[in-house]
Design a protein around this ligand. Sequence first.
Ligand SMILES: O=C(O)C1=C[C@@H](OP(=O)(O)O)[C@@H](O)[C@H](O)C1
Ligand SMILES: C=C(OP(=O)(O)O)C(=O)O
Length: 437
Amino acid sequence: MPGSKSISNRILLLAALSEGVTDVCDLLASDDTARMLDALSTLGVSILQIGRDHYRLQGVGDQFPLRLPTTEADLFLGNAGTVFRPLTAMLALAQGHYRLSGVPRMHERPIGDLVDALRQVGADITYLGKEGFPPLQIKPGRIHPGEITVRGEVSSQFLTALLMVLPFLRAEMDELPVITVAGELISRPYIDLTIALMARFGVQVEREEWRRFTVPADQRYRSPGQVFVEGDASSASYFLAAGAIGRGPVRVEGLGRDSVQGDIRFAEALERMGADIRFGDNWIEASGPGPGGLRAIDLDCNHIPDAAMTLAVTALFARGNTVLRNIASWRVKETDRIAAMAQELRKLGAEVEAGSDFLQISPPRGELVANAAIDTYDDHRMAMCFSLVSFGAPVRINDPRCVSKTFPDYFEKFAAIAYADPGQGKFAARIDSSDIS
Ligand SMILES: O=C(O)C1=C[C@@H](OP(=O)(O)O)[C@@H](O)[C@H](O)C1
Ligand SMILES: C=C(OP(=O)(O)O)C(=O)O
C-alpha cells in the first residue's frame, strides 16, 4: 500500500515544527502530500528529496511566538483537508501575512469552527469569500494562551489542527493551554492518530475523555530522527473488499494488526459481512465466500468515515439491506458523498435511500446493470470504490485520474490483482490514460 495520507501530512507538519532534522521514509506520493510539501517549502522549511518516497526536513524549531522564514505567502492547497486545516492553525500563530486558497470545492468545505476557535486566542483571520469558508487571509495576530472551545461535529480536522499547534500556545504563567470540544466529536480515531504522532515528536497530550485536551507546559517538538509512514488503511479497504467480494485471498502489505489508523477497523466490518480476515505484523488478508455470499450489515460508521464508502459498494454483493449510519460528514468532503453515492449506485440497479446522515442500500434482485458509466465528482474515493463493481459486471469509470489525490497508480494496482488470478472468470481491467473500463 502507498503511505497513509493522514500520517504523511501530519508527520510533514510536525517535522517542520520540530527542532532538528527528520528523515521521513515511505511518504505517500500524491496530490495531497504534494500540496503539503509545496506549502512548507514556500514557507521556508528546508526540504530535501533523498529518494522517491524519502524526504529530509530541517525543522524551523520550536519557538514562541512561532516565526517562519517566509513571512508573506499566497498558498494554493488544492482540496486537501489535511493540509488546509492544520496550516490555517499554524499560520494563525505565525507572525506573517498569508493567503490560503484551494480548488472551488475546497471553498465549499466549512472552516468556520476552526477560525472561531483560533480567534479566541487572538488570531487575525478574514474570510475572502463566503463567511465560514476558504479562501482565508491571515495577518499577524495578538496571540495569547488561553482556553479554546471548538465544535467537534463537522470535522475532527479542526481539533487536530488545534492540537498540533497547542505546544506553541505556551502559557507564560501557570496557566495551561486547554482545548474543550463542544458537542459531539466525530471521526475520533483521527484524533487518536494526531495524539500518537505528536508523542512520536516528543509532545504528550493529556486528555479527559475526548472533551478536554491540554499539553503540559514546556514540551517542544523534537525530531525523532527517522520516521516511517505506514501503508494507508483507507486505500487498503478497496483491496480487502476485493478479497471479500471475490474469493481472494487478497493480501495488503505495509500495515498490520497494530496499525495506528482507525480505518483498519474496516476489516471488522468485512468480517461481519462474512469475509475471512487474517492479520500479520505488516499485512492484512481478506478472502470471501465469492459473489452473493456476503451478508448485509447495519453499521454506525462514525469511526471509519472514509472506508465506510467502500462498504456502500460492497453492499451490492451482499444479501439484504445494508445501512450505513452516522455519515453526515460525507456531505462536506470531496463532494456530497451521500448524494453522489446514492446516484451512482442507482445506475447499477440498486435501490438506495439517502437520508441526511445515512444510506440504505439494497442490491438489485438480478444482475448488476452492465456497462454503467459511473461519474466520480472529482472524488478519488468514488473512483476507487466503484472499481469493485467489476466483480459483478463490466463498468466504466469516468474521469478516473481523480485518484491522484491519494493513490495515483490505483488502477494499475487494481488491474494487477485481476491479472494475478484470471481464473476468477469475467474479471479483467482495461486502462488507458483517460478511460477506465
Ligand atoms: O484527520 C484526518 O487525517 C482525516 C480526518 C477525516 O475527516 P473528518 O474529521 O472531517 O471526518 C477523514 O475523512 C479525512 O480523510 C482524513
Ligand atoms: C475526506 C478526505 O479528504 P480530506 O483530507 O481532504 O478531508 C478523504 O480523503 O476521503
